[in-house]
Design a protein around this ligand. Structure first.
Ligand code: KG4
Ligand code: ZN
Length: 381
């Protein structure tokens, strides 16, 4: 069957048309067309997403993107081009969610096809099984599955004792980790969204300091004390910054990033003038602190629940340091899954996957159109 999926939960408008077949464990997807529009440029000057502006942009872009995916997949919109529509109904910004839902409802009525409401976070979990284009099959996955969902709006540890069953075992009590990255980036005068910029600065310094330490070790082994003392001079005061790792030793699986963000604020205030080098040092120490909190709790949860498969998804899953540190805590018999870069940020491919799998799981039963409402604080269960 053909499915159209729609995602508008935040600042990305995205539509995908798939040809899908198969059951819940071996579903087969073929992407016929995928189109999206990012509003990053529009929201940059506000330093974050401005909800009413996001809604207006979604309303403007949805019909344009629909034309584009129909044309690309050579389907005629007058002749019921798809047999079902999947749409994100939460969590997210309610004005943005409504834009997608209203558009999807109109199409579902016009084409007389079922509308499948999709939880955006389930989309992120299942995003690791997708591809950016072409065909893919959902493999059989060993349970228990632990998903670390890290984005601009969420930081959650989700346990699936069974396939497509979810229990949130830990989450951020305040800021999401991506939000902390974005706010710290703003303090450092880096553009929005700040995560990738912080990460780039941090990674460069991480590699440089690793090279210096390796050089030092080699020089010391060869007894070159003069080289050693020269390098020690460059390393003096490094790392001079120490940021807290909030809730690292708390007995639960929750996180907190607002204290870390405030610590950066005070640090910058105390330092007064910060040059490019200090900026990079702050970025590195902040990234180390934030990722250490994520890794520590993930490792604890893996041990407690004897996890077989680990999923890391959401915008922050693109972070290189997080990826490297996650690999280090895996056992040989465990599988670690990440989405492709395109599928780690918000997209409609993951919404199509979650939509179709739920449609099959619920034996093709869908709620009445009137009952589908934007649910900003929707939770996984
Ligand atoms: O999932 P996503 O696209 O949108 C939300 O649902 O929030 O995630 C966006 C978040 C932003 O906070 C962004 O700064 C962060 O993901 N992000 C990163 C990286 N790439 C994106 N954070 C850290 N390192 C990255 N490489
Ligand atoms: Zn998201």
């Amino acid at each position: 069957m053909k499915i159209l999926s729609i995602e508008t939960s935040c600042d990305d408008t995205a539509l995908t048309i798939f040809e899908v077949k198969g059951g819940i464990q071996n579903a087969n997807f073929k992407i016929l067309a995928n189109a999206s529009n990012s509003q990053i440029k529009i929201h940059t000057k506000y330093g974050g997403v401005y909800p009413m502006l996001a809604k207006r942009e979604h309303i403007k872009n949805l019909p344009i993107l629909l034309e584009e995916v129909l044309k690309k997949s050579k389907l005629n919109k007058k002749q019921r081009p798809v047999e079902a529509i999947a749409v994100t109904y939460g969590p997210g910004l309610p004005p943005s969610l409504w834009a997608g839902i209203v558009f999807a409802k109109e199409l579902a009525e016009k084409w007389k096809v079922p509308l499948i409401p999709v939880n955006h976070m389930e989309g992120h979990v299942l995003s690791v099984f997708g591809k950016d284009k072409g065909k893919f099959t959902i493999p059989k996955v060993k349970t228990p599955i632990l998903s670390l969902l890290v984005s601009g709006g969420h930081t959650q540890l989700v346990l699936s004792k069974k396939w497509m069953q979810y229990e949130i075992i830990g989450e951020s009590l305040d800021d999401a980790v991506g939000e902390a990255f974005d706010k710290v980036a703003r303090m450092l005068d880096l553009p929005y969204p700040g995560g990738p910029h912080i990460s780039k600065l941090a990674e460069k310094l991480r590699i440089e300091s690793k090279q210096i330490f390796q050089g030092l070790r080699r020089a010391t082994a060869r007894g070159r004390s003069e080289f050693f003392s020269r390098k020690i001079a460059t390393l003096k005061n490094f790392p001079a910054l120490a940021l807290p790792r909030p809730m690292l030793y708390s007995k639960n699986f929750d996180f907190s990033f607002s204290g870390l963000k405030t610590a950066v604020l005070y640090l910058i205030r105390d330092l007064g003038q910060i040059d490019q080098k200090k900026k990079a040092e702050i970025a590195l120490e902040f990234e180390n602190a934030a990722i250490e909190c994520l890794i520590y709790k993930t490792r604890k949860a893996i041990e407690k629940y004897k996890v077989k498969t680990v999923i890391v998804a959401g915008g922050v899953a693109a972070n290189k340091h997080l990826r490297n540190e996650m690999k280090k805590i895996m056992d040989k018999d465990m599988k670690l899954l990440f989405p492709t870069p395109l599928l780690s940020t918000d997209n409609s491919i993951m919404i199509g996957i979650a939509g179709y799998l739920n449609y099959i799981k619920n034996k093709k039963k869908v709620p009445k159109l009137d009952s589908i409402k934007a649910t900003g604080k929707l939770r996984l269960q």
